[in-house]
Write a protein that binds this ligand. Structure first.
Ligand code: NDP
Length: 505
C-alpha cells in the first residue's frame, strides 16, 4: 500500500505560496523537503514554491499509479461512468476558468487571450475524450465460419507523461485526458518553469472522482526525475512533448524496457503564400502563425515563403502589422505578444538572431530584447522579421522558439515544395492560395503531420496533431490517440462441432 503524507485535502485557494505534488490522490511534499522556486517570467517575481522531487518521490508516484492500475478499479468502471468523470473534470475547470487562466498567465508570461483559448481547449479536450471513449471499441472480424474473432482495446498500463513549458495546461490536458479515458494511470511531470496548472489539474481530477493513484504529478528536474521515469520498470509508456534531442534521449532510454513511446517534438514549419492568395487573410494568418504564444510554439510557422510576384505587397502589410503588435502586460486584453519564459530562452533567441546577421541575413524589424514599462525585470523580445535568408542557414533550419520569422521567396510550386521539405522537421505547414488543384498538390507533397489551408489554427479537440520526420511520431488530440494508450487484444475462438486436429495426430 502506498503511503504518502497525511494531507488528504487540497488547499481551496488556487493562488498559493506553496504547491505540493499530487501522489495517490493526496497533496504530497518531496521526501527530502527540498523546494524549487517558480517565477513569473513577465515580472521576474517569485510566485510560488513547489517540491523538488528526487528518485524516491518518483518511486512513490509510480507505485501509486501501478497499484491504481493493477487493482483495476478505474479501468473496470463502465465506460459511461469513466466518461462522466471526464465531464466532471471539464465542469470543474469551467467553474474555475478565470482563476486557471490567471494562474497560467502568471506562470508562463503568455497573454491572457492566448491563455483563455488554451485553457478552454484543455476543457474541451476532456469533453471530447469523454465522448470519444464511449465509441472506442474493438471489432468483430471476418473469419471462416467455424471460427469467431473479436478484438478488444485494453489500457496499456502506467504512462509517464512529460510536458514542456510553452502550453502548460493545454499540454497536460492533451496527455491526461486520453490516457485516463482509456483506463490508464499516469505520472505527469510538468516543466520546471511551469508546474502550477498541472498540479491544479491533478487536484481537479481527484475532486471530480478519479480514484486515488490514477493521476499523479511529480515536480522536479527533467534531467534526473524525467530520465528516471523513462527508465522506470513500473512505467509501460512514455508520452513526451519537448525538444527533439530530449525526445531522442527518451526514446533510447525507453527502449531498454521496450516502453511504448509517443514523441511530439520540434518544428521549423513553412508558411507558403501563393500569388492568388487572399492577401489580407494571408498576412493576418502569417502574423498570428509566428507571433502567437510569443513564437514559443512547436508549430510556429517560422519559415515564411512568399511568391516573388506578391513579395513587395505582402511584406509591406506584414511588416506594418508586425510593428503594430502590442508587446505588453500579459494580463491586458490588448496585448498580442507576451513574455519569454526565461532568461536562458531570451539569450538563446538573441544568439540565433545575432548568428543570422553573421551569416549575412538582414533584420528588418525587431532583433533585440525589449524593456516593457512596468515589467523591467521580465524577459521580453521584440517581434523580429529576418530577410536575405537562404534555407540552408542555421536560422532557417533550427528551432528558435521565440518571436522570430525568416522570410524567403520562391518562383514556382515545385521549388517551394522542395524548400519547405528541406528540413529535418515535419510538424506543420500552412498554405495560402485559392487554386484548389494547387492546394491539393502541395498538401499531398508537404512532409508534415498538420497542413493548414487558408487557416491560422493548427488543431482543435478531435484533429490529430503530431509530426513527420524528426518532429516525432504518434498523434495527439485525435480519436486515434486512444489507440496509443491501449493494446489491441485479438481473441480467436473455434466454435465448430468437431474438435480440430491440425497435425492429424
Ligand atoms: P526539454 O525538451 O528539455 O523539456 C521538456 C520537458 O522534458 C520538461 O518537462 C523537462 O523537464 C523534461 N526533460 C528535460 N530533460 C529530460 C530528460 N533527459 N529526460 C526526460 N525528461 C526531460 O525542453 P526545455 O524546456 O529544456 O527547452 C529547451 C529548448 O527546447 C527550448 O529552448 C526550445 O527551443 C525547445 N522546446 C521545444 C518544445 C516543443 O514543443 N517543440 C517545447 C519546449 C521547448 P525540466 O523542465 O525540469 O527541464
Amino acid at each position: 500500500m502506498v503511503k504518502t503524507t497525511e494531507q488528504p485535502i487540497f488547499a481551496k485557494e488556487l493562488k498559493r505560496e506553496t504547491y505540493q505534488m499530487v501522489i495517490n490522490g493526496k497533496s504530497t511534499q518531496a521526501k527530502s523537503g527540498e523546494m524549487a522556486t517558480v517565477y513569473n517570467p513577465a515580472t521576474g517575481e517569485v510566485i510560488a514554491e513547489v517540491p523538488k522531487a528526487n528518485l524516491e518521490d518518483v518511486d512513490l508516484a509510480v507505485e501509486a499509479a501501478r497499484e491504481a492500475f493493477d487493482n483495476g478499479k478505474w479501468k473496470r468502471y463502465p465506460v459511461g461512468k469513466r466518461a462522466r468523470v471526464l465531464n466532471n473534470i471539464a465542469s470543474i475547470m469551467r467553474e474555475r476558468f478565470h482563476q486557471l487562466v490567471e494562474m497560467e498567465v502568471m506562470n508562463s508570461g503568455k497573454t491572457i487571450s492566448a491563455a483563455q483559448g488554451q485553457v478552454m481547449q484543455a476543457i474541451e479536450d476532456f469533453e471530447f475524450y469523454a465522448g470519444a471513449i464511449v465509441g472506442h471499441c474493438g471489432t468483430v472480424n471476418n473469419v471462416p465460419g467455424q471460427f469467431f474473432n473479436y478484438t478488444q482495446k485494453e489500457p496499456i498500463g502506467v504512462a509517464a507523461q512529460i510536458i514542456p513549458w510553452n502550453y502548460p495546461m493545454m499540454m497536460a490536458a492533451w496527455k491526461v485526458a486520453p490516457a485516463i479515458a482509456t483506463g490508464c494511470s499516469i505520472v505527469l511531470k510538468p516543466a520546471s518553469f511551469t508546474p502550477i496548472t498541472a498540479i491544479l489539474l491533478a487536484e481537479i481530477c481527484t475532486e471530480a472522482g478519479v480514484p486515488e493513484g490514477v493521476v499523479n504529478v511529480v515536480t522536479g528536474p527533467g534531467a534526473t526525475i524525467g530520465t528516471y521515469l523513462t527508465e522506470h520498470k513500473g512505467i509501460d509508456k512514455v508520452a513526451f512533448t519537448g525538444e527533439t534531442n530530449t525526445g531522442k534521449d527518451i526514446m533510447a532510454k525507453a527502449s531498454e524496457t521496450l516502453k511504448r513511446v509517443t514523441l511530439e517534438l520540434g518544428g521549423k514549419s513553412p508558411n507558403i503564400v501563393f500569388p492568388d492568395a487572399d492577401l489580407e487573410a494571408a498576412v493576418n494568418g502569417s502574423v498570428f502563425g509566428i507571433f502567437y504564444n510569443t513564437g514559443q510554439s512547436c508549430e510556429a510557422r517560422s519559415r515564411l515563403f512568399i511568391h516573388e510576384d506578391m513579395y513587395d505587397e505582402f511584406m509591406e502589410s506584414f511588416l506594418d502589422k508586425t510593428r503594430k503588435l502590442v508587446v505588453d502586460d500579459p494580463m491586458s486584453e490588448k496585448s498580442h505578444v507576451g513574455a519569454i519564459i526565461s532568461k536562458q530562452q531570451l539569450d538563446k533567441i538573441h544568439r540565433y538572431v545575432e548568428g543570422a546577421k553573421e551569416e549575412g541575413a538582414t533584420v528588418v524589424t525587431g532583433g533585440h530584447p525589449l524593456k516593457v514599462e512596468g515589467f523591467a525585470e521580465g524577459y521580453w523580445y521584440a517581434p523580429t522579421v529576418i530577410t536575405n535568408v537562404t534555407n540552408d542557414m542555421k536560422i532557417a533550419q533550427e528551432e528558435v522558439f521565440g518571436p522570430v520569422v525568416v522570410v524567403m521567396t520562391f518562383t514556382d510550386e515545385k521549388e517551394v515544395i522542395q524548400l519547405a521539405n528541406d528540413t529535418k522537421y515535419g510538424l506543420a505547414a500552412a498554405i495560402w492560395a485559392k487554386d484548389q488543384g494547387l492546394i491539393k498538390r502541395v498538401s499531398d507533397r508537404i512532409q508534415a503531420g498538420v497542413v493548414m489551408v487558408n487557416c491560422p489554427f493548427s488543431a482543435f479537440p478531435g484533429t490529430p496533431f503530431g509530426g513527420y520526420k524528426q518532429s516525432g511520431f504518434g498523434r495527439e488530440l485525435g480519436i486515434e490517440t486512444l489507440d496509443l494508450y491501449t493494446e489491441t487484444k485479438s481473441v480467436l475462438s473455434y466454435a465448430g462441432r468437431k474438435p480440430l486436429n491440425p497435425l492429424n495426430l
